[in-house]
Design a protein. Structure first.
Length: 135
């Protein structure tokens, strides 16, 4: 299942994400992964969460990001939740390509894995293929 936390820069999306990550640690018996570019979230989340910096793995663009997530899920069947902070820093601000990524990830994960993204944009800016994942 794909979920989006949307809003302009400075609206508290990362704080919401951090709270959701730390709540998930208490609630799940599976593995949790946090992905970001840089280390903004790293020291605010539980050490039980597998943290990944896309800069370390040289991930840029939505195709590379999809491959990275697919690889994570293929290598660990216990992953129940993936949290991604600042997806536009990783893939770029092409809303249509972002929507295509979300559709591919939704097919890949189904109801088995929750993926939550922070999206630095107002809902009115997003394309329909992205808006369908706002819950």
């Amino acid at each position: 299942m794909i979920k989006l936390i949307t809003g302009k820069k400075g609206t508290g999306k990362t704080k919401i994400l951090i709270d959701q990550i730390n709540d998930a640690v208490k609630a799940t018996s599976g593995s949790i992964v946090c992905v970001e570019k840089g280390s903004t979230v790293r020291y605010s989340i539980s050490r039980k969460v597998r943290w990944c910096d896309t800069e370390y793995y040289d991930i840029e663009g939505y195709e590379a990001f999809y491959g990275f997530i697919a690889g994570l899920l293929a290598s660990n069947y216990d992953i129940t939740d993936v949290y991604v902070d600042g997806i536009f820093k990783i893939g770029g601000r092409d809303y249509d390509k972002f929507g295509q990524l979300l559709e591919k990830l939704d097919k890949l994960t189904g109801d088995d894995v929750n993926i939550v993204f922070t999206v630095s944009a107002d809902v009115s800016e997003l394309t329909d293929n992205v808006k369908q994942f706002i819950k």
